[in-house]
Design a binder for this molecule. Structure first.
Ligand SMILES: [Zn+2]
Length: 111
């Protein structure tokens, strides 16, 4: 019998290499998004903690809004996700069209 997929946990960041993006959704708070390395996220929240559980543990350091009130949220860095997508595309282009085409694509993507 196949094994059911598990819910994403903070420890998955160690595999993907993506940072944890923590952000405050309180309308009156102007705090910038904070990024934790995968290692920092695991140390602070635990490797087996789901993202939903992690959110409940977080509090905004600026306005004191709480994740359990759904005012602070976290996710794997969207910026890191798109960077990884671009790097994979550049690597594919190097194989399929040669290094020069891959270098041109890298410049076009601003990587
Ligand atoms: Zn805040």
């Amino acid at each position: 019998m196949p094994v059911a997929p598990h819910l994403p946990v903070i420890g998955d960041l160690l595999t993907s290499g993506f940072r944890l993006e923590v952000y405050c959704q309180h309308a009156a708070c102007g705090r910038e998004d904070v990024f934790w390395t995968p290692e920092e996220a695991v140390a602070k929240l635990g490797a087996n903690t789901t993202f939903v559980q992690a959110r409940r543990m977080l509090t905004c350091s600026e306005c004191k809004a709480a994740g359990r009130e759904q005012r602070v949220a976290c996710r794997a860095s969207v910026e890191d996700f798109y960077a990884a997508q671009d790097e994979a595309k550049i690597a594919r282009w190097a194989i399929e069209y040669g290094q020069e085409a891959a270098d041109q694509l890298r410049r076009r993507l601003g990587r």
